[in-house]
Design a protein around this ligand. Structure first.
Ligand code: CP
Length: 310
């Protein structure tokens, strides 16, 4: 992480202490969203650019709300309506935006490493809002915060992450955060969706859904990312659902108080049955709500507030 500008590019290099500090900071921001006037002056006079060159609903809107609730000015740029469609490169786009003196640029991009390129090239703090199949650090933080709030701890919990592990930046950031905080993280998916050597990230791996879900405290389902696949990796949605989906019958293998999570968007009826997505174990909308507090914490931290570096 930069010593001059604070960035948040990935969770893998962060310590458990640094992650816990960000979660604690996020928790301290949570009550602002419950007030009638949902605004504090923490980032007044600062400018946050939201450069989303890949589709997003939750991440983009919650970063915008987070910045606005901290009183920052925001500029929102989407790929389809920017000069990227005329062929302008990412670096040229970002350099032109940087010429307008933003303090923080939040980037979502389809290529792994794109935020690192900006962090090396620009005089602004860079926050990774999801880069290809690499990392989605604020999702990892909001997932950890949501588990911590529901279970009052993370250490010792069995967390099963199931689905398209190979293409999932959510899985990578989740493994990084949760394993450092002491969870027993399992990943599970078809062999074609399991990256070789995934255990080196700090998790256990299985192709067997029952092994992953049995006695789990948390079952986190992942979206199948067809847009990142260059070939068919499973025969049909129906077969995938039968072997790797989560319905109430499979969920019954987990602990009785198990939580169900999903980063969204959900392929309903494929990775997650509607009765589970909308059932009493689901904390999916709590994840979304916590996204605002986590992103407030990250923006505040990158703007120079809070202690230590992330
Ligand atoms: N979880 C997540 O990244 O959702 P969006 O793609 O809608 O931002």
């Amino acid at each position: 992480m930069s010593t001059q500008r604070r960035h948040l590019l990935e969770l893998a290099p962060l310590s458990a202490h640094e992650i816990t500090e960000l979660l604690d900071l996020a928790e301290s921001f949570q009550d602002i969203s419950q007030r009638r006037i949902k605004k504090v002056p923490a980032l007044r006079g600062m400018t946050v650019v939201l450069l989303f060159l890949e589709a997003s609903t939750r991440t983009r809107t919650s970063f915008e709300l987070a910045a606005k609730r901290l009183s920052a000015d925001t500029l929102s740029i989407a790929g389809g309506t920017s000069s990227v469609v005329k062929g302008e490169t990412l670096l040229d786009t970002a350099r032109n935006l940087a010429a307008m003196s933003p303090d923080i640029i939040v980037l979502r991009h389809k290529h792994s490493g794109a935020p690192h390129l900006l962090a090396r090239s620009l005089d602004a703090s860079i926050v990774n809002a999801g880069d290809g199949g690499h990392e989605h650090p604020t999702q990892g933080l909001l997932d950890a915060l949501t588990i911590r709030q529901h279970k009052k701890r993370i250490a010792g919990l069995k967390v099963a992450i199931i689905g398209d592990i190979a293409h999932s930046r959510v899985a990578r950031s989740g493994i990084a955060a949760l394993s450092k905080l002491g969870a027993d993280v399992w990943v599970c998916g078809p062999p074609t969706m399991m990256p070789p050597g995934v255990e080196s990230l700090g998790c256990r791996a299985t192709f067997d859904r029952t092994t992953a879900v049995r006695n789990a405290d948390v079952v986190m389902m992942l979206r199948i990312q067809k847009e990142r696949m260059t070939e068919e990796l499973f025969p049909s949605d129906r077969e995938y659902s039968q072997r790797y989906g989560l319905d109430s019958g499979v969920l019954a293998l987990a602990r009785p108080d198990a939580l169900v999570m999903h980063p969204g968007p959900i392929n309903r009826g494929v990775e997650l049955a509607p009765e589970v997505a909308d059932g009493p174990a689901s904390i999916i909308l709590d994840q979304v709500a916590n996204g605002i507090a986590v992103r407030m914490a990250v923006l505040y931290h990158c703007a120079g507030g809070g202690g230590g570096e992330a």
